[in-house]
Ligand binder design. Structure first.
Ligand code: GRF
Length: 213
């Protein structure tokens, strides 16, 4: 079975990366983690990747200054060098420009810690508590030029409990992120390009223009 080569882009600790790596250890999983890339030399995700024996590359954004496109062109070159078929953003804390988004349209996933379209952006757990929502969760979606937008592939919901703090709520959501991201990546990686979505309640049809790989 040929497996889709996935690059995980992460800026931080990399717990979602770890979940994806663990899932991909199963030889029947339809994707392999072929590259971990970060914009931060000290990212825990790079440490985890090296510990797992995976190629770990830092493309530091700082030498590029304000030239986001040049930074993304450098990232794109690394992705091509490694024969990447899908990109999974996992706590990648840079706003993307059309350069990368367009080149990877339909082939770039992101995980966001809220039930999109509610609560895009930062501090989702604190904002969920402030808003008094009773359900919170996480979303895996395809990346478009609008931040935390794009076709939703999978979601997981958790209850908001009395006494929750942003940290307790974040921990409950994160546990679900580690379940739903490997599932969504497998569903997307395993979807034949010529077929519409499988009949799965967790998936929404891809709109025209979002060709699966
Ligand atoms: C996760 O909460 C993810 O939803 C968000 O950034 C965080 C990354 O955490 N996009 P980790 O680095 O995967 O532990």
């Amino acid at each position: 079975m040929s497996r889709v080569r996935v690059a995980v882009l992460a800026s931080g600790r990399g717990s979602n990366l770890a979940a994806l790596v663990a899932a991909a250890r199963d030889p029947l999983y339809p994707a392999e983690i072929a590259l971990v890339l970060s914009n931060r030399p000290g990212a825990g995700a790079l440490e985890r990747a090296r510990a797992a024996g995976l190629p770990a590359v830092c493309v530091d954004h700082r030498p590029f200054g304000r030239d986001r496109s040049a930074h993304e062109a450098a990232i794109h070159a690394v992705l091509e060098e490694h024969g990447i078929g899908l990109v999974a953003l996992a706590g990648y804390m840079r706003l993307l420009t059309p350069l990368l988004v367009t080149r990877w349209q339909g082939r770039m996933l992101n995980i966001h810690p809220s039930l999109l379209p509610a609560l895009p952006g930062l501090d989702t757990h604190g904002r969920a508590l402030a808003a008094g929502v009773k359900l919170h969760g996480c979303t895996v979606h395809l990346v478009t030029e609008v931040m935390d937008d794009g076709p939703i592939l999978a979601q997981a919901a958790v209850p908001v409990l009395p006494g929750d703090t942003p940290d307790t709520l974040a921990a409950r959501v994160l546990a679900q992120e580690h379940v739903v991201y490997p599932l969504a990546l497998a569903l997307h990686a395993g979807r034949p390009a010529h077929l519409p979505d499988p009949d799965c309640a967790m998936l929404n049809p891809l709109p025209a223009g979002h060709a699966a790989p």
